[in-house]
Write a protein that binds this ligand. Sequence first.
Ligand SMILES: [Zn+2]
Length: 615
Amino acid sequence: MGFLGSKAGLTPNLDRVALESDVFTHAYSQVPLTTPSHATMLTGTYPQFSGLRDLGDPLGKEIPFLPDILHHHGYATAAFVGSQVLDPKSVAIPGFDRGFDTYDADFHSRRAGESRYESEERRAEVVVARAENWLAQHKGRPFFIWIHFYDPHEPYDPPTPFKEKYAAAPYDGEIAYVDSAFGKLLGFLHSQGLYTASLIAVAADHGEAFGEHGEEGHGFFLYDETIHVPLLIKLPGQRMAGTRSSGSVGLVDLAPTILSEAKIEAPPAMQGIALTKQTSSYRSRADSPWPAHQQYSETDYPLRAFGWSSLHALRVEKYLYVDAPHRELYDRIEDPGSFENLATRSPAVVDTLSSLLGQFYQSTSGNTPAATPLTMDQAEQLRALGYISTGADVATVSSNDRGADPKEKIQIANRLHRALLATEADQYNDAIALLTEVVKDEPNLALANLELGSAYSRLGDYAAAMPWLMNAVRLSPDSGKANMELGMAFVSTNRWAEAAPQLEAARSKAPGSEDVVFTLATVYEQLGRTVDAEQAYKRALEMDPEDYRANLFLGRLLAMSGEPTSALPYLRKAVRIQPNSADAHKFLANVFVQLGDESDARQERATQDQLLAKP
Ligand SMILES: [Zn+2]
């Protein structure tokens, strides 16, 4: 960001708006994760109040929500987002469409052959084009529009020409690309006469780490590389143009600030403070009940992903205090990079800040319900988005047993993270090398065992896969994913008797998976358990009546059991779903023979022969 001192020249458009804005040089994110950080911005509340602390937590109806409030005051409201992690229809953030007239998301998990930009993510230019379309239709009345760019997130792959220009620094390339898309939006706002009268707030939800404290990406730690964020507010008429405010502010302050400018009273539940209420207040934060310049941040991600300790941090005056199993204290003036931990040298300061943090946390917490454990499908969706999720019940970690200190485990997290990226790219050998290291350090990490076993399975090495998958089953009693992978490995090696109990366990833990039910039916058939097989095929067809294989196999099973009349509709349907399947026509011909219908049987055989004759 040029307006924050970067000399890289990545953000000419943002820099131009910054000159007409109030620039907050010390703005801090409350959570270094996309979904809960945006929740902080739009609710004006802390995560301990809203309960939105990690991906998957829903927005409760009682939590104040900026778009909802503005909508009630007559504003047209719209969201244009760039990622599935902000899609209210995905597992990541149910309820986030409250109060929006339009919420443009509609993402889905990536299918084979699709790029991430056709499924779970949108390029900034696509987001801008869709937003402009909406603005053109709604510019005649007061509006609130939230435009979200996801490009500067892993994987760092800017489009051409930024890809080539920033080949050595692709993250920079993504920032430059987003700035160019933002420039297009600005041009549009000017051309529509919308720029001057609008309040425009620009913020990042969190930063990215590049190994400063061993972290790659974001979510694990609470140091400045992921928590110190850009924030600028251009007010209507360019009031406050050229102002630079150096007091500490939080993203939690954004919603109350926007309400204050719109002359709408913020609901009492909002915990942030309007930055522009008085021109001087955000510098001294005189209306805050807490010491000046205090900023709270937290992350639950190490706990939810690994069962390690969550982290909480307080930035107050010159100190950064991190509440971890081994506490940390940094001098933000002498040591802005937070490299020298002063905790053992200054125990009194640490104790004071620790109790200040505890009081702040207590007084700002709501009665949020405990997180509900994720289902197998939900955990899988989040995993596909690059977030590690065990689907484990985090409530089993008691507050006395804080779990391991994330800073002592970060290399393990990095390896697992890289292994998941390798798996996504079908690079199973790379994934196996990384995961082998991970399970050496953390033999009881269920996800690592599961991923290692699954990677061997993808390579067809089921003998190598099975011990890891058996570990995963033992270590993750709540999730059906490990049972399913182990069951599938048994199926692939024709070990039907062992496959059945695993798939049964997977079915009872994740009743929504049609694939599991169908495979279980085939296993029952192999074991001669005809009644169970029939029942399971029928269950699979209840879940997906258009499943070709289930129709075909059930029809064949019924025909072989001497029930051609019952078989007929299933095989007819299989033929209708896949008219070019020789098998379907063959089984149908056999049923016609059983029914004594020679002419139909001949016709089906003829079709079968034709299909088989095709090259
Ligand atoms: Zn993000």
